[in-house]
Design a protein around this ligand. Structure first.
Ligand code: F6P
Length: 325
């Protein structure tokens, strides 16, 4: 491998608050270490269509506090094809980019892993997703802000749920992982969380009703992880049929969970991991995701990071049950 002179940065997949802080950190750490930096717009699409710009320290001024991503993002279908990746590689070489930093979630890092297996390009991943579903890191960039956003929404929903003595099913994002649902339920003092990790083990609705929801409270909030078949609407319908004595409403929070100014936690995480990405390249590492484990920056091989089986602690499930009585 020849010496790295220029690092390309892209954001890919669903945007997450704190991505800008990560772009800033990678850019500034890279320049401080003598690398040139190029920003690649619209994720892998921008590599394929040559949307690449030289970045300076000033390019990332004033962005640490902004949600979204100044580089824009996309879910590239073309990058899933060999032809697309070939064009991406050719454009990268033509732009003088020797190494890539990819900020994104599971799909984006899977793309980086594939690209790195086909071409001799050092790729470093940063976990940028509100879902917190990447293995080998305690936290992903965007998760904390999203949790806070959900908590604030649920605080508001509780006012109306209480006044009307209703059960509210509040649907949150997370794709196949229940981290957002479980932890926002704890943070907002919800009565239950319905999460994919428990779906095949128990009937979570029956379990919640079985705990006697009217014992001490006249209203309830149940946070439900999104799911094509078993989302909040599904559970509200079930209650209407199986427990018609309850007045039920649904609130699907949607993409507002991805927006807004990043929390201090996300800004610090993104800054540390961004510096870690440049250190990884200086150390000659490649094809790893930079994560945080027990407050230490760690390097996780892509193959482990994207496994899709990050465990959700049973202790969190037990805590919510005890606290929601
Ligand atoms: O991966 C982040 C995420 O927000 C998931 O929680 C959600 O399922 C998905 O992206 C939504 O994607 P889109 O913005 O394409 O609708």
């Amino acid at each position: 491998m020849s010496k790295i002179k220029c690092i390309g940065i892209l954001t890919s997949g669903g945007d997450a608050p704190g991505m800008n802080a990560a772009i800033r950190a990678v850019t500034r750490a890279a320049i401080a270490n003598g690398f040139a930096v190029k920003g690649i717009y619209r994720g892998y699409e921008g590599l394929i269509h040559n949307e690449i710009k030289e970045f300076t320290t000033e390019s990332v001024s004033g962005i640490i506090c902004l949600g979204g991503t100044i580089l824009k993002t996309a879910r590239s279908k073309d990058f899933m094809t060999e032809e697309g990746r070939k064009r991406a590689y050719e454009n990268m070489v033509a732009a003088g980019i020797d190494a890539l930093v990819v900020i994104g979630g599971n799909g984006s890092l899977t793309g980086a892993r594939l690209f790195a297996s086909e071409y001799d390009v050092p790729c470093i991943g940063l976990p940028g997703t509100i879902d917190n579903d990447l293995n080998g890191t305690d936290l992903t960039i965007g998760y904390d802000t999203s949790l806070n956003t959900i908590m604030e929404c649920v605080d508001k929903i509780r006012d109306t749920a209480y006044s009307h003595e209703r059960i509210f099913f509040v649907e949150v994002m997370g794709r196949d992982a229940g981290f957002l649902a479980q932890n926002s339920a704890i943070a907002a003092g919800a009565e239950a969380a319905i999460i994919p990790e428990e779906q095949t083990k128990v009937d979570q609705l029956a379990q919640f009703i079985g705990r006697g929801i009217r014992k001490s409270k006249s209203s309830s909030i149940v946070i439900v992880s999104e799911s094509p078949k078993c989302g909040a609407m599904h559970y509200a319908e079930r209650v209407r049929k199986e427990y018609p004595e309850y007045d039920v409403r649904v609130s699907i929070l949607g993409h507002l969970q991805r927006g807004g100014r990043p929390s201090a936690g996300d800004r610090i995480l993104a800054s540390r991991l961004g510096v870690g990405a440049v250190n990884a390249l200086l150390d000659g590492q490649r094809n790893v995701m930079v994560g945080l484990k027990n407050d230490e920056v760690v390097y996780v091989p892509f193959s482990n990071a994207v496994k899709s089986d990050k465990p959700l602690k049973k202790e969190l499930i037990d805590a919510l049950k005890v606290l929601s009585q």
